[in-house]
Design a protein around this ligand. Sequence first.
Ligand SMILES: Cc1cc2nc3c(=O)[nH]c(=O)nc-3n(C[C@H](O)[C@H](O)[C@H](O)COP(=O)(O)OP(=O)(O)OC[C@H]3O[C@@H](n4cnc5c(N)ncnc54)[C@H](O)[C@@H]3O)c2cc1C
Length: 477
Amino acid sequence: MPMTRAPTAFETLIGGLDPAVLPASPPGTDPRYCRDWSGDYAGAPATVLRPGTAAEAAGIVRRCAELGLSVVPHGGHTGLVGGATPSMAGDEVVVSLERMTRVRALDPQNFSMVVEAGCILEQVQEAAREADLYFPLALGAQGSCQIGGNASTNAGGLNVLRYGMMRDLVLGLEGVLPDGRIWDGLKVLRKNNVGYDLKQLFVGAEGTLGLVTAVALKLFPRPTQVETALVAVDSVAAAMALYATARRGLSDLLSAFELIPQRGIALALDVMPGLRAPFATDAPAYVLMEASACGAVDLKGLFEGFLGEMLETGRIADGALAASSAQAADFWRMREGMIEAQARHGRHLRTDISVPISAIPDFIAETDRRLGALTPGSELLAYGHVGDGNIHYNVLPPRDLDEAETVALIRQCEEEIFAVTDSFSGSISAEHGIGLSKRAAFLDRISPLHRDMLERIKTAFDPAGTMNPGRILPKSG
Ligand SMILES: Cc1cc2nc3c(=O)[nH]c(=O)nc-3n(C[C@H](O)[C@H](O)[C@H](O)COP(=O)(O)OP(=O)(O)OC[C@H]3O[C@@H](n4cnc5c(N)ncnc54)[C@H](O)[C@@H]3O)c2cc1C
């Protein structure tokens, strides 16, 4: 007689689901669900499920809860802290939002749109542009990351100094709680002052409180004028002085302000074919700055006048205002190339810290001093969205180290950078979040009361601890 065995929890979960929910290839074979962008994290999903609607997502989460299975919400998988990579144990169900890609509503007069969580950020930007509107979140991964992932990580990016982080751009949210109930908080109101702001609990929760299935977003008038300049400065201090002057001198129309060190330009030139050094002579640091406006403002005149004055008064060493959108794109390719070159270098330390804007020069000088002594053979690279106080202080270890030595060096450098960050009352995560990789360092830095409050919020939403367990807080039980 043939032996019959009881179905496993995973077989029970999958049984009866619409086949469209299952991925084309078996779970564990598609690198999209197993490896993160950085290559630092790898995992083995028990299975991958791809709901097409909020109701379907809720049904999956409810069944997982009934079967005691853990859920890992999965967006575009561009996160850099290991939050969406399932564990190696093969005991976590990946729920990917990739099929939920509808724009549910767009209201030009209300300057708002409602989109499903699986919409790629670039698609959201494009949908707004088609309506002559603007969604300002912009980041290097925008062709892959999803708006639900952006909300769940409280993404920042290039335009934060003018428009804020994702937290500032979310008007409403729809989420599936860990027990499978759907919370409809999809209002498109600017003012809604009714006690605790529940949508904001999902923003930045990194999938630990539930699935985000849709968000209502704030839109803005589409900038019809954009001016981009690359300027050379004598020091980081000069760059930050320029920032304060530029906010005033450009009538607060500044929308991006990126610090790029000389070494960053050299790295970009190595990997970006066709790019040329921006100026005849090198400078210690460069700033890529952008201002944008709509309506009758003469932005070009304003920017030209500002740069002229900065040159005359010696506050910048050199500068070029992009003469065309192609030249502006080349300026931005310098920044992208610097990141690409680091990825090609292989394993390296990537940090994402913030300090008060005014403390940036001292922070970088002190970190340079300490790391220079600690690791003389490494390349040190400090760049980023400094208009928000955000610095990526990265370390490229010498290539002749073996794997174990590289890992040890990275850990040591990270501890040092975080210690300097603490001394400036900064944050060890400006925008990438905590996930798995920053959890220990984060928990070491918060008070018992802070931790108790976080744990109570987690338990209130997810008493069984099955929603993205181990991210931000350790697994319960
Ligand atoms: C080249 C590059 C440049 C980047 N630049 C920036 C930058 O400038 N600023 C910045 O902030 N980040 C940046 N990032 C990091 C990353 O792109 C953002 O964190 C992004 O918001 C992640 O979105 P995602 O859809 O890829 O999420 P994922 O990586 O899939 O997931 C990230 C976290 O959110 C959770 N999650 C995802 N979707 C949902 C959902 N629908 N519901 C609940 N939880 C969910 C996951 O479980 C995980 O914990 C960059 C990354 C790369 C690779």
